[in-house]
Design a protein around this ligand. Structure first.
Ligand SMILES: [Zn+2]
Length: 725
C-alpha cells in the first residue's frame, strides 16, 4: 500500500482516485521504512479505508472500444491572429496551415463578449454566451463587498483535527456553468481526450474521456504564477512582492555564500488556526492578537536556500531541499522537485526550474513558479485523477502550471527576452508532446488540445512588430522582431506533425479564441469615472495595487471610495458596473434609474477620446441585456466597453484602482499586445480546417454543436451555437 490515498499508481489495473469536481487529496510522502513512517502508513491506511467508504476512490474502467468510426481533432492556439496568419501564409512561412486551408478553408472565427481567453474558451466548451456559463472576465466581484477575486474557481479550505490531522479536504469548484460539449458527447459514447483546454480546472468528469486540466491550474501557492528572483544588486526598496506576482529577495554575500529562502505554499493548518481566531468576532483580545501575529509570521511554508557563488568561473551552486545543483551563467536547470512539509503527516509536492541569469559582477537567480508535480499534485489535475501521473510515467515531468509562460518576470524586467523565449518554447513543447502522445494512444474519437504560447508571445513581443508602440526600439526589434513569427512557425510545424500522425481524411480544425491588437496606451477608466462624477473618492489616494494583494487576499480595495455617492465603477478588463441599490453592498443607484444611468454612461463612454490628439478610444459600448442571456445574467457587467486597436484599460483599473492623473498614458511595459477589452467585432480568432464549412461566418460557440452533429449526438437546447458542417 502506498503511503498516500491519492498517489501515483503505476500498475494499470490499480484502483485510483477519481477527480470529481477537484476532490482533494492531501499528499503523504512515500513512507520509508523507519518506525515513525509506520505511523504515517497506518494513518494513511485508515484514511484510505474512509475514502473507499465514502466512495471517493473507484476502479478506472478500461477504455471501451468505440461505437463510432469517425474521428475529429481540434487544435487550439490561444490568440492566434487571423491577419498575421494570413500574411505569413501568403509569404510561404506556414506551409502546413496553407495546405490545410487549401483542402477546406480559412475563416475568421467570431469571438465572445468579452474577447478574453477565460470567456472565449468557456463559450467554446459550452457553445453558449457568457450569460449561460458565468465566465465574464478573469475577475469576478462580490457585489456585497466589491472585492475582486480570480473569477474561475471557489475554494473551501481543508480542516484539521487538533490542528494536525486532516479531516476535511479542500474543495475547489469551478464557477463555470453550462455543459461542455465533450461531456454531452461522452454521455453518448464518444471517447474524448481533452488536453490543457483553458477553463478545465478543476477537471470535470468526462464519461468515456480523459482530461488533463489547463488554466486556471495554479502554482503551489495557489496563484497564477509566483516567480522568484534573487539578486545581489536588488536594493532593499525593490525587495518584496511585485505588482504581477513575483517575490524578490536581496542576496547578501558572506565570503561567497548567501542564505535566503523560497516562499512556498500557505500552510493550511496555520490558515485554519487564523480563521478560527478571526471567527471569534470583530474585537479580539490581546492574547488573540498576539497569537494571530505569531501565526502570520509562519503562514507560508519556506524552504531555506544556500547559494555558493563561484565568481571567477561565473557559476553558482544552489542548495535547496536537500539537493545541490551547479549552474553556469545563462544555464537552466532541469526540474528540481521540492517538498513542503505542512506537518509530520502532510506534504505538498512541487517542482521548479532555476535559471542563473548572471554570475559575473552581480549574481542573479530566477526560480520558476512552483509547478504541481503531475505524479503527485495537491489536488487532482486530471480526470481520471491518475491520468496526469500516467502521462508523467511516459514523458517525464512536464509543465503543469495553467499560465505556463514566464510573462510576469519579463514584464517586471527580471527576465530578459532571450530567456523568456527559450522558456516559452519549452512550455509549448511540453504541451505539444502531451498532445502527440495522446494522439498516438488512439483511445479517442474526439481530441481537443490547446497551447497558449501564441497568446503569451504576442502579449510580450507585440512592441517589436508595431513601430508606433512606445516600447518599440530598433536595436531590440532587430534581435527579437521575429519572435511571434517563430512561434507561428513552430505551430505550423506542430500541425504538420499532427497531420502526419493521423489517417488521411481525418477532419482537423485549427482554431483560436480571439485575435490580437496593439496595447500602445493604457486607459484609467476608474479615473475617468471619478472625473465624470460617477465614482466618488474621499480624499486623495496614491497607492498602487498589486496582483498579489488580490490573489493572496491581503489587499485593501476601494478603501477611499465613497460608495453612497458612487454610481458606477470599473473592474476587470473593460467591465463597468452600476452601483445598484439592492444588489451592491452599498448601492446608490435606484433600480428605477438603472436604464437612465446605463444609457448616460454608455453615451459618454462611446464619445471618450484621447485628450492628446482627439482620437476615439472606444468604438462600442455593449449593454448587458443586448449581449447576454441566461441564468448567470445577474453576474454580468452592466456595460462592456469595446476599445479601439491601440488602447486598453490600465492594470490599475483592472484591479479597481483610480490613481490620480492622466486618463490615457503610454504603455511603457513589455506587455504590449492584447485582446482584452477590445471591441469583439474587430478581434476575431481564426479557423482553418480541411473541411469546408457550410457557414462563411463561423463563431466560437458553433464548434461544440458542430462536433455533436458530426457524431450524430443531439444538440442540447441551451447551446446558442449552430453546426458548421
Ligand atoms: Zn491573452
Amino acid at each position: 500500500m502506498s503511503g498516500a490515498y491519492y498517489h501515483r499508481a503505476r500498475a494499470p489495473s490499480a484502483c485510483r482516485g477519481t477527480a470529481a469536481r477537484g476532490r482533494y487529496a492531501i499528499l503523504f510522502d512515500d513512507p520509508d521504512l523507519d518506525t515513525e513512517r509506520d505511523h504515517v502508513k497506518s494513518f494513511s491506511a485508515l484514511l484510505l479505508a474512509a475514502a473507499l467508504a465514502l466512495g471517493t476512490l473507484s476502479c478506472q474502467k478500461q477504455a471501451a472500444p468505440s461505437q463510432y468510426s469517425q474521428k475529429i481533432v481540434i487544435l487550439g492556439f490561444d490568440g492566434m491572429d487571423p491577419e498575421l496568419t494570413e500574411r505569413w501564409m501568403a509569404e510561404g512561412q506556414l506551409p502546413h496551415l496553407t495546405r490545410l486551408a487549401a483542402q477546406g478553408g480559412f475563416y475568421r472565427l467570431e469571438t465572445s463578449h468579452s474577447p478574453e481567453s477565460p470567456t472565449s474558451w468557456a463559450s467554446f466548451a459550452t457553445g453558449s454566451n457568457a450569460g449561460k456559463h458565468n465566465i465574464f472576465d478573469f475577475l469576478v466581484r462580490d457585489p456585497k463587498t466589491y472585492m475582486p477575486d480570480l473569477g474561475i474557481v471557489t475554494k473551501e479550505p481543508p480542516e484539521f483535527l487538533f490542528n494536525y490531522l486532516p479531516i476535511k479536504r479542500p474543495v475547489i469548484t469551478s464557477i463555470r456553468g453550462g455543459t461542455s460539449f465533450w461531456v454531452t458527447a461522452g454521455q453518448h459514447g464518444v471517447r474524448s481526450s481533452l488536453l490543457t483546454v483553458p477553463i478545465t480546472f478543476p477537471p470535470e468528469d468526462v464519461e468515456n474521456g480523459e482530461l488533463l486540466a489547463g488554466l486556471p491550474l495554479p502554482d503551489i501557492r495557489g496563484t497564477i504564477g509566483t516567480f522568484y528572483y534573487f539578486a545581489t544588486d536588488l536594493s532593499r526598496y525593490e525587495e518584496g512582492n511585485t505588482e504581477m506576482g513575483g517575490i524578490l529577495k536581496r542576496l547578501v554575500m558572506d565570503r561567497g555564500v548567501a542564505k535566503t529562502e523560497l516562499v512556498g505554499p500557505p500552510n493550511p493548518v496555520v490558515k485554519a488556526q487564523q480563521r478560527a481566531i478571526l471567527a471569534r468576532g470583530p474585537s479580539l483580545s490581546d492574547a488573540d492578537k498576539a497569537a494571530l501575529a505569531e501565526l502570520t509570521a509562519r503562514e507560508d511554508i519556506r524552504l531555506p536556500i544556500t547559494i555558493h557563488w563561484n565568481r571567477p568561473e561565473r557559476k553558482a551552486t544552489i542548495e535547496i531541499d536537500g539537493k545541490s545543483l551547479s549552474l553556469a551563467e545563462g544555464e537552466w536547470s532541469k526540474w528540481v522537485t521540492l517538498e513542503f512539509r505542512v506537518n509530520f503527516l502532510v506534504r505538498l509536492h512541487g517542482m521548479v526550474q532555476l535559471f542563473l541569469i548572471r554570475a559575473d559582477k552581480e549574481l542573479q537567480l530566477y526560480v520558476s513558479p512552483v509547478n504541481w508535480r503531475p505524479d503527485n499534485p495537491p489536488v487532482p489535475m486530471s480526470s481520471p485523477a491518475s491520468f496526469s501521473s500516467q502521462i508523467n510515467d511516459r514523458l517525464g515531468f512536464f509543465r503543469t502550471l495553467g499560465w505556463a509562460e514566464a510573462t510576469w518576470p519579463l514584464n517586471e524586467d527580471r527576465l530578459g527576452e532571450k530567456a523568456f523565449m527559450d522558456d516559452l518554447y519549452r512550455a509549448f513543447d511540453d504541451r505539444a508532446q502531451v498532445i502527440l502522445h495522446r494522439l498516438d494512444a488512439k483511445q479517442w474519437d474526439l481530441l481537443v488540445g490547446v497551447t497558449e504560447s501564441t497568446d503569451r508571445v504576442q502579449h510580450m513581443m507585440w512592441r517589436f512588430i508595431d513601430k508606433t508602440h512606445p516600447m518599440y526600439n530598433e536595436a531590440d526589434a532587430a534581435k527579437y522582431g521575429d519572435s511571434i513569427l517563430r512561434v507561428y512557425r513552430r505551430v505550423d510545424q506542430f500541425v504538420g506533425e499532427v497531420l502526419e500522425h493521423l489517417p488521411a481524411g481525418t477532419p482537423v480544425i485549427v482554431m483560436s479564441d480571439h485575435g490580437f491588437h496593439s496595447f500602445r496606451y493604457a486607459v484609467n477608466l476608474n479615473t475617468w469615472l471619478v472625473n465624470e462624477g460617477f465614482l466618488a473618492i474621499k480624499g486623495q489616494r496614491t497607492e498602487v495595487k498589486g496582483m498579489n494583494e488580490m490573489f493572496l487576499g491581503s489587499g485593501q480595495f476601494w478603501e477611499n471610495v465613497d460608495w453612497p455617492r458612487t454610481k458606477a465603477y470599473a473592474m476587470g478588463l473593460g467591465q463597468v458596473f452600476i452601483n445598484l441599490k439592492g444588489r451592491e453592498g452599498d448601492g446608490a443607484v435606484d433600480p428605477a434609474q438603472y436604464t437612465a444611468v446605463v444609457d448616460d454612461l454608455a453615451a459618454r463612454l462611446t464619445g471618450l477620446t484621447d485628450p492628446r490628439n482627439g482620437a476615439r478610444i472606444i468604438s462600442n459600448v455593449y449593454k448587458r441585456d443586448q449581449i447576454y442571456t441566461g441564468p448567470f445574467l445577474k453576474n454580468a457587467p452592466d456595460l462592456q466597453v469595446g476599445m479601439v486597436d491601440g488602447y486598453r484599460v490600465s492594470w490599475q483599473t483592472t484591479l479597481g484602482g483610480s490613481p490620480p492623473g492622466d486618463i490615457v498614458y503610454p504603455n511603457m511595459r513589455k506587455w504590449s499586445g492584447d485582446h482584452c477589452g477590445f471591441d469583439y467585432r474587430t478581434i476575431p480568432g481564426l479557423l482553418i480546417s480541411n473541411r469546408k464549412l457550410a457557414a462563411q461566418d463561423p463563431r466560437i460557440i458553433d464548434l461544440g454543436p458542430s462536433v455533436l452533429k458530426y457524431f450524430g449526438v443531439p444538440i442540447p437546447k441551451e447551446m446558442d451555437g449552430k453546426p458548421l458542417f
